[in-house]
Write a protein that binds this ligand. Sequence first.
Ligand SMILES: Nc1nc2c(ncn2[C@@H]2O[C@H](COP(=O)(O)OP(=O)(O)OP(=O)(O)O)[C@@H](O)[C@H]2O)c(=O)[nH]1
Ligand SMILES: [Mg+2]
Length: 317
Amino acid sequence: MPSAEARLTPEALAEGVLRGEVRAIARAITLVESRSEARLELLERLFPHTGRAFKVGITGAPGAGKSTLTYQLVPRLKARGYRVSVLAVDPTSPFSGGAILGDRIRFDEAFDGVYIRSLASRGSIGGLSRGVPPAIRVLEAAGFDLVLIETVGAGQLQVDVRFVADTVVLALVPEAGDVIQAMKAGIIEIADIYVVNKADREGAARMRLELRNALELGGKPKGWNPPILLTEAIHGKGVDELAEFIEEHKQYQHESGGWEARRLQQLEWELRSLIHDALEQQARAVAQQLFNPTTLQAVLQGTENPYPKLRAWLSNP
Ligand SMILES: Nc1nc2c(ncn2[C@@H]2O[C@H](COP(=O)(O)OP(=O)(O)OP(=O)(O)O)[C@@H](O)[C@H]2O)c(=O)[nH]1
Ligand SMILES: [Mg+2]
């Protein structure tokens, strides 16, 4: 038996989201993460109420302190008047049961009214969960005007955050090779704000220099000069400054016109990933239709050549 909730139409769900009902928000995000066609109807209804939130991505290697920074940023951004929500794109160490796993910090009243949600990074295009942009739309429609996005800390997964976030914060730790790793991953160029977290450990100041040098190798940037901040997220040190720079970067983009350009890029990425998703499903169906198990066997045995079929289909899909 489907529950009453499961039978909610996209229309009813949209109404619940617009009223800011937590259960409706949760269910709507589950729906937009799925491949169900109803998700597009929901998004169509929510669309007029979306597009206004400030999106801040927190990325960095596993264990760099992304969750701890996020936890510390929430009350500070709230204090600046934002209605804050958090998306954690990471199935392995998500926020759960009111605690950030790993450090067992309990959410307290500082988190009143803050919506926190984990998204699985599985089934993603280029790493970032394809559910992220639609989930952000749900949150925007529900009235949140700031979304913090913690991304999985590995390779491509972190890099795609630039297509989702207006401001990207990269967290590094004072460990040998962390700057090199970040450079290899291609994340160095895309961050707007750098954080050397765990500054209570040795080598933080040295690392800041190393990072400054690495950035200058790439030439002096025009316009925004990304700051490199030292933080001790676990003690909340340096996080006020981080919150300030996050706001400053937003301001800068508004003044420089960068905001609009970035938003266009995000939109293109969002729509492309929806199309990619649909095409991928289509590809599976076409492949099965052209090459059933018997045909596959024949191709494997060398008794059938697959290319004429492929050419015929491609010339007239
Ligand atoms: N010494 C020290 N430890 C810290 C600091 N910030 C975070 N930690 C610890 O580092 C560990 C990892 O922190 P998380 O916030 O879970 O890191 P993360 O980047 O979210 O980790 P993943 O999501 O698993 O990639 C935890 O045990 C934190 O308590 C800090 O400033 N100094
Ligand atoms: Mg984490």
